[in-house]
Design a protein around this ligand. Structure first.
Ligand SMILES: NC(=O)c1ccc[n+]([C@@H]2O[C@H](COP(=O)([O-])OP(=O)(O)OC[C@H]3O[C@@H](n4cnc5c(N)ncnc54)[C@H](O)[C@@H]3O)[C@@H](O)[C@H]2O)c1
Ligand SMILES: [Zn+2]
Ligand SMILES: [Zn+2]
Length: 361
């Protein structure tokens, strides 16, 4: 029998979200119903509400979550009722051209639930990133559930489901940061600070945090930033060169989604260095760069989707590091809130007051 639960819905572009009753079908073949325990508020949820991702309203928001498997559909062998899981938006298909080449971290055909969750009048919901977890229970594909050690609290574990994984992976997987590297991270929200934590884990010795908000820069130090630069008052390119023997950083990570910031990252990079774009641009944005510099500076300009992660490999590993005290996931949790507070959390995010507000159910 389908179930009715509460969920956070974005009905139309730019309008405040509302709490509505949603209908969660019983899991069909390959599907799983998960009782959500915690779900972080990511900037991408706000992008959805602003119509910046697509126009497929209404959206069921929330996608950075951990919970307990309640029931599984026919043929599901990966998880069973009672399993503690982090939800992922990269359930690899195993048969697309990326998977067949042995690079499932780029899977182009990831699995989501086949059935749709709906409003009580039958209106189909678009689940944010194929998850939709600002709700008591959600329906996902079994491959979207990654089992992890249940002793890690859901407020911390859930963050690996999106922003923290995206940031750590942007540094380690996409940027290839290694021991002794210099790294600059532009934008020190949840994603940028995770990139700083990732660079620190990988052994970078110079880690420059760049933001326009002094409070964010202060927090960035706690994740491993060795230098900070407020780019609203100090030229970040000059600053980064000044702390890297005049050269620029080996890896520059853009975690804002702003072409002007991308150009700073491009210019603050050492010869043959790497720029990683993890911030999500809006559809109307364009980028103009001096073509000769694109050639002359060499190196790599890369984009990072979900930190090029493989959930089955990376989530349990990062939970291990958390439990060993080497990755401060709790440090990202600025506040715990209820479903009713998601709209207010968006405003706090816009005002720069939080790294992550985490809905606890
Ligand atoms: N690529 C992915 O897979 C992926 C995954 C999750 C989130 N994201 C994206 O990453 C970006 C960051 O997400 P978040 O949740 O950390 O957001 P956030 O709002 O918490 O953080 C953004 C930070 O950027 C800073 N900032 C704003 N304008 C700036 C500027 N001009 N120069 C420097 N800093 C500036 C803000 O002060 C803030 O600290 C968003 O675009 C989000 O959609 C991407
Ligand atoms: Zn695939
Ligand atoms: Zn996200």
């Amino acid at each position: 029998m389908s179930q009715e639960v509460r969920g956070v819905i974005a009905r139309s572009k730019g309008e405040p979200v509302s709490i509505e009753t949603i209908v969660v079908p019983d899991p069909g073949p390959g599907e799983v119903v998960v009782a959500i325990q915690a779900c972080g508020v990511c900037h991408t949820d706000l992008h959805y509400r602003e119509g910046g991702i697509n126009d497929e309203f209404p959206f069921l928001l929330g996608h950075e979550a951990a919970g307990i498997v309640e029931s599984v559909g026919e043929g599901v062998t990966e998880v069973e009722s009672g399993d503690y899981v982090i939800l992922n938006w990269r359930a690899v298909c195993g048969s697309c051209r990326a998977c067949l080449k042995g690079t499932p971290e780029y899977c182009f055909s990831t699995f989501n639930a086949t059935q749709k969750m709906t409003l009580t009048d039958g209106t189909e919901l678009s689940a944010a990133l194929g998850i939709g977890a600002f709700c008591d229970k959600t329906l996902v594909h079994a491959g979207q559930c990654t089992k992890v050690d249940p002793s890690a609290p859901p407020t911390a574990a859930g963050l690996l489901g999106c922003g923290v994984m995206a940031g750590i992976g942007a540094a380690i997987n996409t940027g290839g940061v290694g021991r002794g590297d210099s790294v600059a991270v532009f934008g020190c929200g949840g994603v940028g600070d995770a990139a700083i934590a990732g660079a620190s884990l990988a052994g970078a010795t110079t880690i420059v945090a760049v933001d326009v908000d002094d409070r964010k820069l202060e927090w960035a130090k706690g994740f491993g930033a060795t230098h900070t630069c407020n780019s609203s008052t100090t030229d970040p390119v000059e600053f980064i060169r000044s702390v890297t023997d005049g050269n620029g950083a080996d890896v520059c990570i853009e975690a804002v989604g702003n072409p002007a910031v991308y150009i700073q990252a491009f210019e603050a990079r050492d010869l043959a260095g790497t720029v990683v774009l993890v911030g999500v641009p809006r559809p109307d944005m364009t980028l103009e760069l001096p073509y000769l510099d694109v050639f002359g500076r060499g190196g790599a300009l890369k984009s990072s989707w979900y930190g090029d992660c493989l959930p089955s490999r990376d989530f349990p590993m990062l939970i291990d590091l958390y439990q060993q005290g080497r990755l401060d996931l709790d440090g990202f949790v600025s506040e715990t809130i209820t479903l009713d507070d998601v709209e207010a959390a968006f405003h706090k995010m816009e005002r720069g007051e939080v790294l992550r507000s985490v809905v606890v159910l």
